[in-house]
Ligand binder design. Structure first.
Ligand code: BGN
Length: 238
């Protein structure tokens, strides 16, 4: 692998350059398991992919949506990526044919998770692993930054996708299988009791609140062998 966590085939130039964005806090054992699986998986797919870990510094409550927006913006500062795989740290792809590339619509990859008995949870579920081309993510204005704690930001994203008249693409149920690594709810990521209220104004604020409004400070950027590690602080008054 190249420094900063880039994987690519020596004898084949991939059509798309991928950024894998992993929001992170205090889940080192999960990250190890994921990388041990993801790196060989990407190699088999002859991907040109760079892995970014976006770590949220304390004390703010975890904000997955904001971290994904930040990952997108920071990745683009390093290279002109075509396709962004927004990837939870606890989801391990089980089928090598789950092709990590972008298409005409945003794609929800994690449709069949063992925890949900390998069934799609509900029609508009886009949690876990979702992919966007650069243009698609800009058009939907990324995720909302308003969801601190567990829940809601992915459903909000589904509305953003549909509002912009995209469809949610998925591979078939055998292909889109994932293993969720077992864990308790993390400290600093309690259930967000406000999530239903926030969602009410979701469509109204889509174009002014999201990728184009995320406030953060980069504390450090480290080019490691397996990934680029970016530590950030969020602005709680957003
Ligand atoms: C849903 C959550 C999602 C979460 C899945 C996981 C909400 C929104 C309430 C208005 N949605 O219920 O965020 O990813 O469960 O299974 O809480």
């Amino acid at each position: 692998m190249e420094k900063g966590g880039r994987i690519r085939s020596a004898n084949c130039t991939a059509r798309q350059r991928l950024a894998i964005i992993i929001p992170f806090r205090n889940r080192h054992p999960h990250l190890n398991i994921l990388l041990r699986n993801l790196i060989p998986f990407l190699r088999k797919q002859m991907a040109d992919a760079t892995i970014f870990i976006i770590e949220q510094a304390p004390p703010t409550t975890f904000n997955r949506g904001a971290l994904l927006n930040i990952g997108f913006l920071e990745a683009l500062k390093t290279a002109d990526f075509d396709c962004f795989l927004l990837h939870d740290v606890d989801l391990v792809p089980l089928n090598d044919r789950n092709f990590y590339r972008c298409g005409d619509n945003p794609r929800h990859y994690a449709a069949a998770i063992n925890k949900n008995r390998f069934r799609l949870r509900y029609e508009h579920y886009v949690g876990g692993v979702v992919g966007f081309s650069k243009e698609q993510y800009i058009k939907v204005n990324g995720h909302s930054n308003l969801y601190f704690g567990w829940g809601g930001e992915d459903d909000d994203l589904a509305w953003r996708i549909l509002n912009k008249t995209y469809k949610i693409d998925r591979y078939d149920n055998m292909t889109s299988r994932y293993l969720m690594i077992k864990h308790e709810r993390d400290k600093g990521n309690s259930k967000n009791t406000e999530r239903r209220n926030i969602m009410k104004s979701s469509s109204r604020r889509q174009d002014v609140e999201g990728l184009n409004s995320v406030k953060y400070k980069v504390n450090s950027v480290e080019l490691c062998h397996l990934y680029t590690w970016i530590n950030v602080s969020l602005n709680m008054t957003e």
